[in-house]
Structure formats: C-alpha cells, structure tokens
Design a protein around this ligand. Structure first.
Ligand code: ADP
Ligand code: MG
Length: 326
C-alpha cells in the first residue's frame, strides 16, 4: 500500500526517463526543493516541464542575482517580464483577499530572522517594527514595478504553486491526458490515470514528515499544497522558530496549527492560501473557508486532531478526523 502513496516530501535526485508502458517520470532539484514529474504521454514533455520550472526559478528567485525579483529588490524598480508581472499581480490579489496574512513583501522580515541565508537570529522587536511590509508599497505601471524605500519581495510562498499551475496548463494545452507534479509540498494533478486508478496523495505527518498522516484518494485535476512550520525552522532556548511569518507581528506565526493543506483547482491560489491559513490559525482559517467557495482544506492541529472541510472529507482515508461544515 505504502508504495502507492506519494508523499508530499519526495526524495529524488536526477532527471530520468522510464518504460514506455507507464508514465514518463523525471525528478529534479529547483526552488530549493526536490521535485518529481510524471506524465502519461510524450516523454519529451518532461524536459519542457523541467525547462519551465528552471525558467520560473530564474525569474522569481530571491537569491539568484540574475533574477527579476533580485533586480527589483536591489534597485527598487525594474521592468519585468509578463510572467513576473502575472505572479506579482496574483500575489497582490491573494494578499488583499487574506487581509495580508499572505504578503509577498514579507522579505525584510524573513531576512531579519536569517531564513534566506540559514544564519538564524532572533531580531529585536524594534528592528521588526521598523520594517516596511505591505502590498500598498508596491506600485505598477504597465510592466514597470516600483517598490517604496526598504520594501522587498519574496515570492517563496507562492512561486511553486504558480509554477506547478503554469506547467499543468502547458501540459493540458499539449493534450496530455494525465500528469502529476510534486514540487516540494505542492502536488498538482492533471486529468485521471488512463488505467482508472485514483490519485493517492499523502499529507506528511508534521511530527514525522517522511510518514503520511492523512491519505487522500481522488480522480481528476487538483492542486494540493501543504504549509507547515515543521518544513523549515531553527531552535533556540528550547523554542522553535519557523519560516512562516505573521506579517502583522514580524515573527513566526504563533498558531494552533501544525499544517494546512489546501485543495483547489488552481495551484497559485492553493499555495498562497496554505501559507495564509497557517498564519491565521484554525478558527480564522475555518471562518475564511466558510466565506469562500473555491477551496477545501485539511488542518492538522497541535493537539493532534485533524479537521477536514466538508468538501475534503470524502477524499480522506486511513485516519480519524472531524468534518467541518459550513
Ligand atoms: P514552503 O515554500 O516552505 O513550501 P510556504 O508556501 O508556506 O511553504 O511558503 C513559505 C515561504 O514563503 C517562506 O519561506 C518565506 O519565503 C515566505 N513567507 C513567509 N511568511 C510569509 C507570509 N506570511 N506571506 C507570504 N510569504 C511568506
Ligand atoms: Mg504557500
């Protein structure tokens, strides 16, 4: 059974092909994470997908000195490609929708904690309070983006979801019947497997991330994105400081959640909302779900309980959970 479960954290190394009867399979490392691609269709599309992933990484990376986001952060203004403009506009819309819980301008805070370099420190509260964070500091004039003084972008909370969505759209346009992309904690499926088998996806156990705590079975196209404090963190004085920042405080979001998984048709939305709902905590996250109609969610709480919204509940297997209704 276990071998059929694709864990959200996939261990993989090199781009490889596979037999002609099954799907073409490839793996790569990009955007600081392991990724895997399975396509039921032309094998050459594997390299088109990986090229697209590398291209997006080259545009959106916050650390790559050749990226458009890097140029924007360095110079405060830049003329960007239609792709970068598109992701930025989507990020701003999702930031507004989540009342700033997801915020692409959080970079100065992420940097202050050392999450970009791995040189971790606990910043003084005055340092955090002085940082400019908020999408109102981003100005767009066609393809020219300008950031106000001190404002810097970090698309880490949305880039993988946006990339998966773009790759799935490309495969769909190419007439591919079925595909599954796993970009770190982001999984996105296209269509259904030709043999009629369901997609089987595991949500990582936040306390033992190589194990699945929840299994989801479904057919058809869907994006599933998990955010959790267990994915990147450091510890000091017995306290764990993780990489998902509450833009309202500048500190790692203190919530009753261990992880949030969003299920929806659009990878970009799934990624931004998984980060945002993690920041909100379970009560606000469920209120947000109740006023939305475009996603479902699985929440894993600190007390060990698992909550599934009513649209997600029928997909869950092999676990005890509580169904949340509207
Ligand atoms: P991951 O990228 O680890 O799978 P997320 O999608 O939740 O997980 O994104 C977390 C990343 O997004 C952080 O590493 C940081 O770069 C950035 N980030 C942190 N807090 C926020 C936030 N509140 N809004 C937007 N981006 C954030
Ligand atoms: Mg995210």
């Amino acid at each position: 059974m276990k071998r059929f479960i694709l864990l959200l954290a996939v261990l993989a190394l090199l781009l490889t092909g596979c037999s002609s009867s099954g799907p073409a399979e490839g793996t790569l490392t990009a955007m600081d994470t392991y990724m895997s691609i399975r396509i039921w269709g032309e094998k050459r599309l594997l390299s088109e997908v990986s090229d697209m992933i590398y291209e997006m990484e080259g545009l959106f990376s916050v650390t790559d000195e050749g990226s458009e986001i890097y140029a924007l952060n360095q110079n405060g203004t830049a003329r960007v490609s239609p792709r970068t403009l598109d992701i930025l506009e989507k990020a701003m819309t999702l930031s507004e929708r989540t009342d700033g819980a997801f915020d692409p301008t959080v970079y100065p805070m992420v940097k202050a904690w050392g999450f970009t370099t791995g040189d971790y420190t606990i910043p003084e509260s005055e340092v955090l309070a002085a940082l400019s964070v908020g999408t109102e500091y981003i100005h767009t004039d066609g393809q020219i983006i300008s950031l106000e003084e001190g404002v810097q972008l970090d698309l880490g909370g949305i880039a993988k979801g946006y990339t998966a969505q773009a790759c799935i759209e490309m495969l769909d346009t190419c007439g591919i019947e079925a595909a599954i992309l796993t970009l770190g904690g982001n999984v996105q499926t296209l269509g259904s497997k030709p043999n009629g088998e369901e997609w089987r996806i595991g949500i990582a156990d936040p306390n033992a991330p190589s194990e699945a705590i929840v299994k989801l079975h479904f057919t058809g196209s869907m994006a599933l994105v998990t955010s959790g404090g267990y994915q990147r963190y450091f510890e000091e004085g017995g306290i764990r400081y993780h990489h998902i920042i509450d833009p309202a405080t500048g500190c790692p979001a203190e919530t009753d959640l261990l992880s949030v998984t969003i299920l929806t048709g659009d990878g970009t939305t799934a990624d931004a909302l998984s980060t945002a709902l993690y920041v909100m905590g379970s009560d606000a996250a469920l209120d947000f779900w109740r006023t939305s109609d475009d996603f479902e969610a699985v929440l894993i709480l600190e007390d060990g309980s698992i909550l599934a919204t009513e649209g997600a509940a029928p997909l869950l297997y092999d676990c005890e959970f509580t169904t949340v209704s509207r």
